[in-house]
Design a protein around this ligand. Structure first.
Ligand code: ADP
Ligand code: MG
Length: 263
């Protein structure tokens, strides 16, 4: 099931000029194995610019693997993945192109502990994109302000709370100016009182029109932000719907079971 251009226009009037372009992400009949284990089965997914997709499903259903295939942290074996017009193949140039467009935030923040917050944010812009340090630092401060922790710039990750560290990880990703952001359970390692500050940052990013794929079990976030919710089970996309129908009228019994357990 794909979403028509008219539906997207209705949801995102501010993106009208973008609609009609090629999809940002197009996955067709994608399959992946870990050795003998068939982890992803015939995945089909089209994501247009500015769309917010929430992916949920039981542990082990393949959510992380699917997300990681989109920036080639994992390699698929069959089918096609096209990101902003670039197909992911063995061509290293294509992989580099796609990685430049796609930011990723993980459950564990993966910040460099021996570098300050500011240095964490500037590392890739300086060393990968060869930006002058003052430009990289100015942009890093801009994004640290947007995630509301500019005052932490000179601190080390270990001096910050989990929620603050995760916001640094988001800012660090944004410093590479991605066109797509992937989130893999960004709040599931956080204490409850820190979840909201990270979700607020993600909501803000969504409101600014970022194309987002979020693996999360924060169903409040899914209800308010997602254009579509995708439910995965045993390596397949089992159900895909707008949040209202997904939560109020799930069609598949595995979705129903899952929702009854988490809501
Ligand atoms: P989810 O994110 O939905 O919990 P994952 O994508 O992490 O699921 O994992 C899907 C399945 O693939 C699980 O059964 C997991 O044990 C298996 N798996 C994940 N990573 C690897 C790996 N590197 N090698 C072998 N099996 C893996
Ligand atoms: Mg996972």
């Amino acid at each position: 099931e794909t979403v028509s251009a008219d539906e997207i226009k209705a949801r995102h009037p501010h993106l009208e000029h973008e609609v009609g372009r090629q999809p940002m992400i197009e996955i067709r009949r994608m399959n992946k194995w870990y050795g003998e284990f068939h982890v992803l089965r015939d995945i089909n997914l089209t994501v247009h610019q500015g769309e917010r997709i929430v992916i949920c499903g039981p542990s082990g259903s393949g959510k992380s693997t699917m997300i990681r295939c989109i920036n080639r942290l994992e390699e698929h074996q069959r089918g096609t993945i096209i990101v902003d017009g670039v197909e992911l193949t063995h061509d290293v140039k294509n992989i580099e192109k796609v990685r430049r467009e796609v930011g990723m935030v993980f459950q564990h923040f993966n910040l460099f502990p021996h570098l300050t917050v500011l240095e964490n944010c500037c590392l890739a812009p300086i060393w990968v994109r060869k930006e002058p340090r003052h430009e990289a630092e100015a942009r890093a401060m801009h994004y640290l302000e947007r995630v509301r922790i500019p005052e932490q710039a000179k601190k080390y990750p270990g001096q910050l709370s989990g929620g603050q560290q995760q916001r640094v990880a988001i800012a660090r990703s944004l410093c590479m100016q991605p066109r797509i952001m992937l989130f893999d359970e960004p709040t599931s390692a956080l204490d409850p009182e820190m979840i909201k500050e990270v979700l607020d940052t993600m909501v803000q990013l969504a409101e600014e029109g970022m194309t987002m794929l979020c693996v999360t079990h924060e169903m409040g976030f899914a209800k308010t932000v997602a254009d579509r919710v995708i439910f995965m089970d045993q390596g397949q996309i089992v159900e895909e719907n707008n949040p209202h129908d997904f939560f109020n009228n799930p069609r598949n019994e595995r979705t129903q079971l899952f929702l009854s357990q988490i809501l």
